[in-house]
Design a protein around this ligand. Structure first.
Ligand SMILES: Cc1ncc(C[n+]2csc(CCOP(=O)(O)OP(=O)(O)O)c2C)c(N)n1
Ligand SMILES: [Mg+2]
Length: 282
């Protein structure tokens, strides 16, 4: 595998994470594939480029926090934690089983390294803001990264948190929105329209950074810019494709919560491209 440049290294990790997501959800026989695949390149950039840790990626040297607000895409988080070496790859195959640490939505009780349980959409940003303010009170330099989906932006509680975050000038809060334009029942714009999403956050006092959620250079720059913002929270709106990496399901909302059968898995895996890259990176 050619990992000679940071981007190639990230592409390699992203490939492995996508592969693990496909395998674990097929074995579980359920799970949320669409959003898990759309978020992979963002999580890869965060966990393999931005965050600074030695063993536990959720306990960084800088005391950062990561909140997965849209808990249903946790196969992507679990697979990322396995790719860092923190979770054993075999454990991924226990996804959604009774007594597994890897529940279908992240559970702090079962897997304590997960900062907060999630799955009920729209709550993560409030939790993240509370943690960001607590870090500031304690004069700690950590930042809180809050990963949200776009469907989740239809929850009113997101906007209460957004309003409070700028009121309290929480520049140690960095939100990321997986803007794949789709949610459980179709296009976000048909369910409750979000556009212009960036304008809305801007009006709420946030720094808005647009990024290509499948381009590592774009994501690296976005995180860099967000970390330099003073006096206000920032949000990275990352344009993504639901199901990214498996052509047959890309941009199809019906794959929000569907998985491949054992027979279909082989074809889906071969669609991911050659080892070390997804098709988009070739
Ligand atoms: C408060 C709440 N309402 C409804 C749901 C059911 N639900 C689960 S995922 C989802 C769609 C959310 O959209 P998005 O996260 O953008 O979907 P994806 O891009 O992952 O397909 C909904 C409505 C939920 N989990 N929590
Ligand atoms: Mg979505």
């Amino acid at each position: 595998v050619d990992t000679s440049s940071p981007t190639k290294k990230l592409a390699h990790h992203a490939y492995e994470i996508r592969k693990a997501i496909l395998e674990m959800t097929t074995i579980a026989g359920s799970g949320h594939l669409g959003g898990s695949l759309s978020s992979v390149d963002i999580l890869t950039t965060l966990f393999f480029y931005v965050l600074n840790y030695s063993e536990n990626p959720l306990q960084t040297i800088d005391n950062d926090r990561f909140i997965l607000s849209c808990g249903h895409i946790c196969p992507a988080l679990y697979a990322t934690l396995a790719e860092t070496g923190y979770l054993k790859k075999e454990e991924l195959l226990t996804l959604r089983q009774l007594n597994s640490r890897l529940q279908g939505h992240p559970s702090h009780t079962d897997l304590p390294i997960v900062e907060t349980s999630s799955g009920s959409l729209g709550q993560g940003l409030s939790v993240a803001l509370g943690k960001a303010l607590a870090l500031r009170l304690k004069r700690e330099k950590g930042r809180v990264y809050c990963f949200m989906s776009d469907g989740e932006q239809e929850e009113g509680s997101v906007w209460e948190a957004a309003m409070a975050a700028s009121h309290y000038c929480a520049n140690n809060l960095i939100a990321i929105v997986d803007r794949n334009n789709l949610q459980i029942s179709g296009a976000t714009e048909n369910v409750i329209g979000l556009a212009p999403l960036g304008e809305k956050y801007r009006a709420f006092g946030w720094r808005v950074i647009e990024a290509d959620g499948h381009n590592f250079a774009s994501l690296i720059n976005a995180f860099k810019e967000a970390r330099e913002v003073k006096q206000r929270p920032s949000v990275i709106i990352a344009k993504t494709v639901l199901g990214k990496g498996v052509k047959s399901i890309e941009n199809n909302y019906r794959w929000h919560g569907k998985v491949f059968s054992g027979q279909e898995l082989k074809e889906a895996l071969s669609d991911l491209g050659t080892k070390g890259t997804t098709r988009s990176e070739k």
